[in-house]
Structure formats: structure tokens, C-alpha cells
Design a binder for this molecule. Structure first.
Ligand code: HEC
Ligand code: HEC
Length: 387
């Protein structure tokens, strides 16, 4: 609960948040390389390191995952990682005009020690299907505008969408690998930019709640698997939460995205079904594929966002957004499926939210539109029930 000190300031409409986010070095004991960024941006850099080297926290932090962990203590790998942070910054400064072209991922790509030599298997094997992350407008494709127009039409049309002022969805969480399933889910959204996803687990599961909120200015996350437990969003996480809240009301999509480009069409696999225990990779192999149009744009405060629209139905199947960090972009991917009509508006009943540190999958039973919503749900999550 390190962010507790940020709380309690009075809210005034349409003003930037008065609270200064706590910086990593104000909260943690031994920050030397990643100074000057907020606590949650710092934690995202840990996610990037972990992902880039295919590590666990415990590969660099002795005893992580147990209560004996001392995050501040240095280990040989942690010292190497710190040197690499400085190295990456220097490479980018000296060679790329300080643009972030080289990141941990550039070299490591899922391994602790980068490959040095070209692999014959790769040269003569299947071409890599890794899509570009930053797209350039590809000639000969539908305009981004026409793809967004089709999406608006498929969602119910501009007039109906303009009349959508709120919705409440209820269902259950599915989880992956048998983990994180069985929670009671409530999604609450209010136009133009408030949203809360609340997953509550029954006490006997021993699993803490998973809550994400955004109230139009500030956002909070409570997550059971995080060092921080509960924290107020800042930096890239806050921008992402704002964008998700705005995107809950597709009628605004033309307004919230600028600098639009259409990238090469691709295909994405169906979301895993409720019983799936497979990894994302396996899901991609076994699922049904949908051809998608790809649109990239810039959201509020420079947030880079890529959207994937089903070429047949026009509906949004995936949102991939990238927060910034000193060592590389921080991806968050939200997949949408099982679209159904609710009072003339087509809404997704299955949502999978994947970030560097975990995934939630949600199946909704019902969605009600234009119902009164409890504003408190968008604020800081209610105090934990005594357990
Ligand atoms: C590749 C190595 C590596 C991995 C993997 C890694 N960390 Fe770190 N961690 C570091 C380094 C390096 C620092 C110090 C950064 C600095 O000096 O700016 C650090 C610092 C921290 C700190 C601050 C401790 C303090 O009080 O100074 C926390 C908390 C932390 N890491 C949590 C995590 C978590 C949680 C994970 C797993 C999601 C993780 N780390 C994965 C390398 C790693
Ligand atoms: C320019 C390429 C390059 C980039 C970029 C890079 N690394 Fe490395 N990294 C290496 C190489 C090469 C090694 C192996 C060095 C050796 O074995 O002596 C290595 C080794 C490591 C190791 C030790 C792994 C082990 O257990 O042997 C860690 C930890 C590490 N890097 C973390 C990072 C982090 C974190 C980043 C991003 C901030 C990063 N690296 C970016 C090239 C890179």
C-alpha cells in the first residue's frame, strides 16, 4: 500500500491530478539505475526484464515468491541487469538520437544469453511471423477511417452509440492453468471515461481480489500477485486505464485516436474457451483464426495503441497498447470475443486482459445498458474485508 500517501486530495473537475506520483527511489531502498520514474512504471520495468529474459522474479531476486525475499539486496544477476539498463540508455543516446530503438528485448528475446550466430534453421526455416510493433501506413489498404467507421456501424451505429451512457456487466473469471478462475466479476462503465473491473474471490480460495478502476482522472489497481498490493496508477498505467475507459464507449473512438495508420492485415486466433488450460502460444495454434484489419493510432498523452478489427464483422477483437518505460515499451493486450446485441448495441461478453505480470479472463452472463451506476465503484477500491 505504498500509494496510500497519495490519497485524500479533494477532486476538482477537469484539472490535472494534483498528487505527484511517488518515485521509485522514494519508496524502494536500493534504486540506482531506474531513478525518476513512478513506482508503477518501475514495477513495469521489472516486468520487462522478466519477460525479455524469460525469467522469474526469483532469477534476479533471491527468495522471491517467499516471505524471505529482500528485494533491495543485490545479486550477481541483478547487478548485471543494472549495468544493462545503463548500457541500453547509452546505446540509444549515442546511436539513435536517444530514441528508444534498442531495448532488453532487442537482444534477449526470451533468453538469458542472447544468440550470437545466425541459425541455419531460422534462415532456411519458416519466416518469422513477429509483427512490427510500430506500424507505417501500408499502401493499398482500406483507410483507417473506413475501418473505424465499419466498427461503429457493427457496434450499433453512431446514433445508438451516442445514446449509450453506462453499462454494467456481471459474470465470472475463468483464469489460466486453473489459476484465477471462479471469481465474481462486475464491469461497470460510465460515459465518457469511467470504468471499473472488479473480480472478487470467495474467501476460502485464499486469493485476493483483482480490481482495476478509473474515475475520469485517477485510477487504482488492487492485485493479489503484486509487490505493491494496491496502488494508485501513474505514468503509462494511468494513460492505459484512461484509454480503456474511453474505449468502453466505441462512439468516441474517432475522437480519442489520432495519427491513424492501417498496417498489414493479419490473423488472430480465437480466445481460449472456458476450459482452456493452455498457454497463449498453444491457444494461437489450436484456435480458429480470424482475419483482421490492423489500425494503429495515438491515444491521449501519446499512448501508442494498435487495434485489430475482424474483417468480416468489423468488430474489435484486440487492443494492444504500449506504455513507456526507460527500458522498452510495456505491452498490455485486451482481447474481446462473444459479441452479443444488448438493446441494439453489440458488446463483447468475453474479455481477456493480459499484462506482463498475468492474465484475467472474464465471461459475462449479462450486460445491462443505461442503468444507474454507483460512482464509488470507479474510485479507490473499498477497504479489504477482514479475513
Ligand atoms: C533481470 C533481473 C531482474 C528481474 C528478473 C527482476 N528484477 Fe527487480 N530489480 C532488478 C534490478 C537491477 C533492480 C534495481 C534497479 C535499480 O538499481 O534502478 C531491481 C529492483 C527491484 C525492486 C526494488 C527493491 C528496493 O527496495 O530497492 C523491487 C521491489 C523489485 N525489483 C521487484 C521485482 C519483481 C516483483 C520482479 C518480478 C516481476 C523483479 N523485480 C524481477 C532486476 C531484476
Ligand atoms: C545489445 C544487446 C543487449 C541488450 C540490449 C541487453 N543485453 Fe543483457 N546481455 C547481453 C549479452 C550479450 C549477455 C551475455 C553476457 C555474458 O554472457 O557475458 C547479457 C546478459 C544479461 C544478463 C545475465 C544473464 C545470465 O544469467 O547469464 C542479464 C541479467 C541481462 N543481460 C539483463 C539485461 C536487461 C535487463 C536488459 C535491458 C535493460 C538487457 N540485458 C539488454 C546483451 C544485451
Amino acid at each position: 500500500m505504498v500509494a496510500a500517501g497519495l490519497m485524500g486530495a479533494g477532486f476538482a473537475a477537469a484539472q490535472p491530478a494534483p498528487e505527484q506520483p511517488l518515485l521509485a527511489e522514494q519508496v524502494f531502498k536500493n534504486v540506482q539505475a531506474l531513478k525518476g520514474i513512478s513506482v508503477d512504471d518501475f514495477m513495469e520495468t521489472m516486468g520487462i526484464m522478466t519477460a525479455a529474459l524469460q525469467f522469474d522474479c526469483s532469477d534476479c531476486h533471491a527468495n522471491a515468491g517467499t516471505d524471505k525475499v529482500d528485494w533491495a539486496a543485490d545479486t550477481p544477476r541483478k547487478r548485471t541487469a543494472r549495468r544493462m539498463v545503463t548500457m541500453v540508455a547509452t546505446i540509444n543516446k549515442d546511436n539513435f538520437g536517444a530514441r528508444q530503438m534498442v531495448t532488453c528485448w532487442t537482444c534477449h528475446r526470451n533468453r538469458d544469453r542472447p544468440l550470437v550466430t545466425p541459425l541455419m534453421e531460422t534462415i532456411y526455416g519458416m519466416p518469422s511471423l513477429d509483427p512490427d510493433d510500430v506500424l507505417v501506413q501500408t499502401p493499398g489498404l482500406p483507410s483507417p477511417q473506413s475501418i473505424l467507421d465499419k466498427y461503429m456501424e457493427a457496434s450499433g451505429g453512431a446514433t445508438r452509440l451516442a445514446g449509450l451512457t453506462s453499462f454494467v456487466g456481471k459474470g465470472t473469471s475463468v483464469g489460466f492453468g486453473g489459476f484465477g478462475g471462479g471469481g465474481d466479476v462486475e464491469i461497470v462503465a460510465k460515459a465518457p471515461d469511467k470504468r471499473a473491473t472488479i473480480i472478487l474471490f470467495k474467501q476460502q480460495t485464499g486469493r485476493g481480489d483483482q480490481i482495476r478502476t478509473y474515475d475520469g482522472r485517477a485510477g487504482w489497481v488492487r492485485t493479489p500477485l503484486n509487490v505493491l498490493g494496491e496502488y494508485q496508477l501513474s505514468g503509462g498505467d494511468l494513460d492505459g486505464a484512461r484509454f480503456d475507459a474511453q474505449l468502453s464507449f466505441p462512439g468516441q473512438i474517432q475522437r480519442i485516436l489520432t495519427n491513424l495508420k492501417t498496417g498489414p492485415p493479419t490473423s488472430i486466433a480465437d480466445l481460449p474457451g472456458p476450459d482452456s488450460q493452455t498457454s497463449l502460444q498453444k491457444d494461437a495454434e489450436s484456435g480458429k483464426n480470424h482475419s483482421v484489419n490492423v489500425v494503429q493510432g495515438t491515444g491521449p498523452r501519446g499512448l501508442l495503441v494498435t487495434l485489430y478489427f475482424d474483417r468480416q464483422t468489423g468488430l474489435l477483437l484486440r487492443e494492444l497498447r504500449y506504455g513507456n518505460s526507460p527500458i522498452g515499451r510495456v505491452p498490455t493486450q485486451i482481447d474481446y470475443a462473444d459479441y452479443r446485441a444488448v438493446n441494439g448495441i453489440t458488446l463483447p461478453f468475453q474479455i481477456t486482459y493480459a499484462w506482463l505480470d498475468g492474465r484475467d479472463s472474464i465471461l459475462l452472463r449479462e450486460i445491462q445498458t443505461n442503468v444507474p451506476v454507483d460512482e464509488a465503484k470507479f474510485g479507490r477500491p473499498a477497504p479489504l474485508k477482514p479475513r
